[in-house]
Write a protein that binds this ligand. Structure first.
Ligand code: UDP
Length: 466
């Protein structure tokens, strides 16, 4: 990417290393905007041809690309572990060379890189930062509870594989979570490899100079307290980053093409708080049978539906028109319902739309926090990794949603939608969701927790730069 016309802020130079998956890239780009607004000069390391869904602001940041045989994220098919292992293996050397190049200018003078901020999944940054003696901060794009869950997992040595008969047991250390809610990835890799992978990510976080969290104290105070008691490095919960970076803007944002996206135009025609928004994020892949069950459950609910059916949502079906998988009777029923399909939705705008009444989600952390920010109650159907922890927090700790258990069946979906949209219970859930929305709003105002932590982070980085 070209580096023309960038406004050098004159402030300390930070190198940001995002992980090239949508749920990781989005928060890192929001963090970049936020730190730029505080006067830092930012270089972003690109490890993948950017997808058209990542809006890289060309005039704010410098970009450096690392390439040469890196794995392609479009081949993931629901299993991120092999992709991330290969990426980490192949990025180390080119990243080292790239940084070394950046640090020596054409005229031979040195460009001081004050700090590397890397996604915890990009752990190849650790040895490079150590070698070049650059301070290193980690960005956690998942919840504090997930990190805590990992700590518990590691404490139970030899915990993998977890025995089937232990799955329903409550965790002694935090009984809201059951053994089966722990952050475990579904991978075709052997479990031993999975454990090495998770441990490496965890260690890269524990050895950093500081940890930035896309979360905030009004959601996870207890978790942060637990983490801080066990780790001596400073932690900065400055989330939700997508809201915080917008709050940092001094001018009102101009309407973008996302504001006129066909989904938004369709939502404008629906009744307030009536639509169920359905999206399983950018990575989850389900079976054909699960997809059809979902279709029946949604159609039978008789609520208006906005459904993100992205290519790759159904295992092995990359690119085809997935709605063709529906049987004739389901297609007929769908055509009688208010049901809008899209292969991608501008999710932040969708969740903020007054017509949205609920969100059927896989509970990726971004989706979870974006929903809570807008006071939208959730129907949780987690699949792997941190999604289980998030879903359990949504349904049993914050109590802003209901959870579908493991097997996806039409009756369960229909009844979850009814619980949320029709029953008394739904009203209470909605009330709590609105309260969180308000609390998050306070955290982002001057003197609010996320604002105070951001100021502390800025001071911390400046001290490290001297
Ligand atoms: N997203 C979006 N439109 C879509 C699907 C996803 O804008 O159609 C965004 C969503 O707002 C979120 C991110 O992609 O910021 C997905 O991250 P999340 O952690 O929820 O799930 P993942 O994709 O990592 O499983």
């Amino acid at each position: 990417m070209e580096n023309k016309g960038i406004r050098r802020t004159g402030g300390p130079h930070l190198v940001l290393v995002p992980c090239p998956l949508q749920g990781h890239m989005n928060p890192m780009l929001h963090l970049a905007k936020l730190l730029h607004s505080k006067g830092f000069t930012i270089t972003i390391i690109n490890t993948q041809i950017s997808s058209h869904h990542h809006h890289h602001p060309n005039d704010l940041f410098f970009y450096e690309s690392i390439d040469g045989g890196l794995p392609d994220a479009s081949s993931i098919d629901g299993d991120v572990v092999p992709f991330l292992l290969e990426l980490n293996l192949k990025c180390r050397e080119p990243f080292r060379d790239c940084l070394a190049r950046m640090m020596v200018r054409v005229d031979g003078s040195r460009d001081h890189v004050s700090c590397i901020i890397h996604d915890s999944a990009m752990y190849f940054s650790v040895s490079v930062a150590d070698e070049l003696e650059i301070p290193r901060i980690v960005l956690r794009t998942s919840s504090a509870a997930t990190f805590y869950g990992f700590s518990l997992l590691f404490k139970r040595k030899g915990c993998l594989p977890i025995q089937e008969d232990q799955m329903e047991e409550a965790l002694e250390e935090f009984p809201t979570l059951r053994v089966k809610d722990m952050p475990i990835f579904k991978t075709s890799y052997q479990e031993a490899k999975e454990e090495i992978f998770a441990t490496t990510i965890h260690n890269s976080t524990m050895t950093a100079s500081a940890i930035i969290w896309n979360s905030l104290t009004c959601l996870e105070q207890l978790m942060f307290k637990n983490i801080q008691e066990n780790h001596l490095v400073p932690i900065f919960p400055i989330g939700p980053l997508h809201k915080h970076s917008k709050a940092s803007l001094t001018t009102k944002p101009i309407l973008t093409k996302e504001d006129h996206h066909p989904c938004i135009v369709w939502l404008d025609t629906q009744t307030p708080k009536s639509v169920i928004y359905v999206s399983l994020g950018s990575l989850v892949a389900i079976s054909e049978n699960e997809f059809i069950e979902m279709g029946w459950g949604l159609a039978n609910s008789d609520q208006p539906i906005l459904w993100v059916v992205r290519p790759g949502l159904v295992h092995g079906s990359n690119g085809s028109n997935l709605v063709d998988l529906f049987p004739k009777e389901l297609n007929e029923l769908m055509s009688k319902r208010a049901c809008k399909f899209t292969d991608w939705a501008p999710q932040e705008q969708v969740l903020a739309h007054p017509s949205i009444g609920g969100f059927l989600t896989h509970n990726g952390w971004n989706s979870t926090i974006e929903s809570i920010c807008e006071g939208v109650p959730m129907i949780c159907w987690p699949c792997f990794g941190d999604q289980r922890v998030n879903a359990r927090f949504v349904s049993h700790f914050w109590r802003v949603g209901v959870q579908l258990e493991d097997k996806l069946e039409r009756e369960d979906i229909e009844s979850a939608i009814r619980r949320l949209m029709v029953d008394k219970e739904g009203k209470k859930i909605r009330g709590r969701a609105i309260q969180f929305k308000e609390k998050i709003g306070f955290s982002l105002r001057q003197g609010g927790s996320s604002c105070v932590f951001l100021d502390n982070l800025v001071d911390f980085i400046k001290t490290k730069s001297n």
